[in-house]
Write a new protein. Sequence first.
Length: 42
Amino acid sequence: MQGLRVEYADGSGLARPSNTAPVIVLRFEVNSENGLQRIKDD
């Protein structure tokens, strides 16, 4: 897989190129809404 994955104590963030469109896909996995906002802000 090509892309960048960042690990946090309560989740992770992933940025990678789309396979079907000329865009960057962002995916987040976290344990709380506050954690999601913090990771998205980073």
